[in-house]
Write a protein that binds this ligand. Structure first.
Ligand code: SF4
Ligand code: SF4
Length: 84
């Protein structure tokens, strides 16, 4: 069972409880904004998660995964590889 489009594991996320986030696979838009470019891209391609994409891991996903403030040092990319 996948938990997100980008490889984030929701059960390890502090916002699940704090924000009542159901995980981006189950909601139309993320709690933190109108849209997530990764979610939109992935769903626009009709893919379950980024690991199934021919362009994986793309520049956009890398930017998110290695963001200094919000990234996880690439963990989500590894997770996508496991799901794939
Ligand atoms: S960053 Fe985007 S794709 Fe990743 S879990 Fe959040 S909403 Fe989903
Ligand atoms: S790996 Fe990049 S191009 Fe592929 S679905 Fe994810 S965000 Fe889109």
């Amino acid at each position: 069972m996948i938990e997100s489009r980008c490889g984030i594991l929701c059960d390890k996320c502090e916002y699940q409880e704090k924000m009542g986030c159901g995980g981006c696979v189950h909601i139309d838009k993320p709690f933190w904004g109108d849209s997530c470019p990764v979610k939109s891209c992935c769903e626009g391609k009709g893919l379950e998660h980024c690991g199934k994409c021919d362009d994986f891991p793309c520049e956009l996903l890398n930017q998110f995964a290695y963001d200094k403030e919000h990234g996880d040092n690439g963990k989500r990319i590894e997770q996508c590889r496991k799901w794939a």
